[in-house]
Design a protein around this ligand. Structure first.
Ligand SMILES: C[S@@+](CC[C@H](N)C(=O)[O-])C[C@H]1O[C@@H](n2cnc3c(N)ncnc32)[C@H](O)[C@@H]1O
Length: 283
């Protein structure tokens, strides 16, 4: 009996190590809940860019140019980047001289946003950073010309619900660009990644999107494009107050005040951090 317990204890140590590696490193905390995911991104925020090693040439060729080619009919697109992290997509677009649009970028990790704010400071008010969750986007239906969510859906508690949110705020005729994890690591995240064919069916049959294309992109990800059917005029250069819903009551009646924003409907105040990030999560 004692011998069996001893063997079990010795065998258990590496097993615990493997389980912790899977829970915290491989799947980045997603099976431990949203707080753990965000905590890990907060911890790694300053090292994230060095780990990812994106280079501006590759980001232009494989990300910014393909996006802009698909948006060529929209003169100044209004873009929403969900789970922007350290501002990868805004930076790639804003560095292209012909891009004339405005970008709203949100994330739930405040420290990732702090890094994004430093990198995006030269672009002034062409990009607005919002500390907010992807699960309930604070914007009306049918708003954005382009909605993106790159390398992030698999870290959401319910990726399918987030997909619905992304599509909800996309305007008819607007473009969705997301990534789908693939390869061995995708298989280690059951319930959080989709086989490509299944994702295609969800986008086409459940969410009623058209022109769904799933293309080779990076080793671990494919890029997925889709269009929301219908057409509506591009919203043009909107101001944030025209589209931003109060995080407390949902009214689109936010006005800028000293040091932040105020809702005319419920009087909620939303502060803006020293780095310009709107602290919508704390209100
Ligand atoms: C792998 S990073 C991707 C960042 C960026 N899109 C990129 O391609 O470099 C995943 C990001 O998703 C964010 N995230 C995870 N869950 C979130 C949620 N529920 N709401 C908003 N952001 C979330 C994390 O904070 C992190 O910044």
């Amino acid at each position: 009996m004692i011998f069996s317990l001893l063997i079990a204890a010795i065998a258990g140590v590496p097993l615990i190590g493997v389980v912790l590696w899977w829970l915290l490193i491989k799947t980045e905390g997603v099976y431990l809940g949203r707080r753990t995911v965000i905590w890990l991104y907060d911890v790694y925020a300053r090292r994230y860019d060095a780990i990812k090693q994106y280079d501006s040439f590759g980001e232009e060729i494989y990300l910014a140019r393909p996006v802009l080619a698909r948006l060529r009919d929209v003169r100044a697109p209004l873009v929403l980047d969900v789970a922007t992290g350290t501002g990868r997509l805004p930076l790639a677009l804003l560095q292209v001289p012909t891009f004339q649009g405005r970008i709203l970028a949100l994330d739930l990790s405040r420290r990732m946003l702090a890094v994004a704010a430093e990198k995006l400071a030269p672009f002034g008010n062409r990009v607005v950073l919002l500390h907010h969750a992807a699960e309930s986007l604070p914007f009306p239906d049918d708003t954005f010309d382009l909605v993106t969510c790159l390398e992030a859906l698999e870290f959401m508690m319910d990726p399918r619900c987030v997909l619905c949110e992304l599509v909800r705020v996309l305007r008819p005729g607007g473009l969705l660009a997301i990534t789908n994890r693939q390869g061995r690591d995708a298989k280690l995240m059951p319930g959080h990644t989709f086989p490509h064919a299944r994702l295609e069916r969800i986008l086409r049959d459940d969410l009623r999107l058209t022109h769904v294309e799933i293309q080779a992109w990076q080793v671990d990800y494919r890029i997925v494009w889709a269009i929301k059917p219908g057409s509506s005029a591009p919203p043009g250069p909107l101001h944030l107050e025209d589209i931003w819903r109060c995080p407390r009551c949902g009214a689109v009646e936010m006005i800028p005040i000293e040091g932040g924003w105020r809702c005319l409907s419920c009087e909620a105040r939303v502060p803006v951090g020293k780095d310009g990030v709107i602290e919508a999560r704390n209100s």
